[in-house]
Design a protein. Structure first.
Ligand code: ADP
Ligand code: MN
Ligand code: MN
Ligand code: MN
Length: 355
């Protein structure tokens, strides 16, 4: 059995309390060629007041599946600053966009286009709330806490479960929740999911580009927190094959018109537009999503578009309370847990407001 490398809190603590002599640590993070997050640190002479105070940096893209070896430099362009919950004090995490040498966005940089789209649609103040489902695995790639060589009892007691044998890894989830709050990520809740060792956190409502930014940051914080417990985070939409729930990223969406009295008209108009571009949406709603959108386990089938009030087997659900009050938001249940949130928020706004 592999042994996870865990940090030794008591050995580390005195060093983390040492005076930084006015210097600041900036952890730059970015999305790599496989959709995973990478990071590296640089020292700053003082705390930056704005993104524009930060340097454009670079890294070896041939080591991250982002560039060929003979033209490997990828540029890191700072996009947003977050307080660093791991190092504390004035230290920061810098969310960065990846740019190629020739001035084009790197293939992993879907933020650049999303910024443009959100700018074009800013009058309608698009809000998003994403429910990120994920699965925890131990260092040997077995679902975390599952009996070795066997399976836990069937699904039923685990969703929003409380108590030993129903809930796994609550300490990781609590640490992540607080780390998000400290960093200023708009985290709005957590719950244990239907499959044991599967969890969900929600981020939102966030306006425009902040949805993608806060989601990438929340994922980074989760992966980084779980690293300290020697636990792996999987965003695969069907992390365990068989009669176990898949994992999604339900994307809740509203515009100014939808949020006002009589907004149901705008919600219905948006659903009508979404129904005409099902295939285009599915194309950016995550890889291996066909393993999840089977029409079973609270999903609509990947091959067809459907919508309904309070219907968890549909592509789009109008929450019951939204239908009752006549305005609010819609929930797109199709996006998989491994989506790029910039691509998803981009196409939702493009389809409903810009076409
Ligand atoms: P579910 O019942 O589908 O599990 P959750 O409570 O997990 O729903 O998530 C609902 C999400 O919807 C939250 O992230 C919340 O921030 C978001 N949300 C609430 N109101 C709006 C709105 N007007 N526009 C967009 N998102 C919203
Ligand atoms: Mn939810
Ligand atoms: Mn859920
Ligand atoms: Mn949902």
């Amino acid at each position: 059995m592999a042994v996870p490398f865990l940090k030794n809190q008591s050995l580390l603590a005195p060093y983390m309390q040492l005076d930084q002599r006015g210097k600041v640590q900036a952890e730059y993070i970015w999305i790599d060629g496989d959709g995973e997050i990478r990071s590296k640190t640089t020292t700053l002479d003082s705390k930056p007041k704005a993104v524009s105070d930060l340097k454009e940096w670079n890294f070896d893209g041939s080591s991250t599946n982002q560039a060929p070896g003979d033209n490997s430099d990828i540029y890191l362009r700072p996009a947003a600053i977050y307080p660093d919950p791991f190092r504390g004090g004035d230290n920061i995490i810098v969310l960065a966009e990846c740019w190629n040498n020739d001035g084009t966005p790197n293939k992993t940089n879907h933020r650049a286009n999303c910024v443009k789209v959100m700018k074009q649609a800013e009058k309608e103040k698009p809000w998003f709330g994403i429910e990120q489902e994920y699965t925890l695995f131990d260092i040997d790639d077995k679902p975390y806490g599952w009996p070795k060589g066997g399976f836990p009892g069937p699904q039923g007691p685990y969703y929003c479960g409380v108590g030993a044998g129903k809930v796994y890894a609550r300490d990781i989830i609590e640490a992540h929740y607080r780390a998000c709050m400290y960093a200023g990520v708009e985290i709005s809740g957590i719950n244990a999911e239907v499959m044991p060792s599967q969890w969900e956190f929600q981020v939102g409502p966030c306006e425009g580009i902040k949805m993608g930014d806060d989601m990438v940051m929340a994922r980074f914080l989760l992966t980084r927190v779980a690293e300290e417990w020697g636990v792996k985070v999987s965003l695969h939409p069907k992390a365990v094959p068989g009669d176990w729930n898949g994992a999604g990223c339900h994307t809740n969406y509203s515009t100014e018109s939808m949020r006002q009295k009589g907004g149901m008209k705008a919600i219905e108009a948006a659903i009508e537009k979404l129904s005409k571009r099902h295939a285009e949406h599915i194309a950016v709603y995550g890889t291996d999503n066909d393993q999840r959108l089977t029409g079973k386990h609270e999903t609509g089938h990947i091959g067809s578009f459907s919508s309904g009030v309070a219907n968890r087997g549909a592509s789009i659900r109008i929450p019951r309370h939204v239908a009752a009050q006549g305005y609010g938001y819609l929930e797109d249940r199709r996006p998989a847990s491994n989506i790029d949130p910039y691509q998803v928020t981009d196409i939702m706004v493009t389809t409903t407001l810009l076409m």
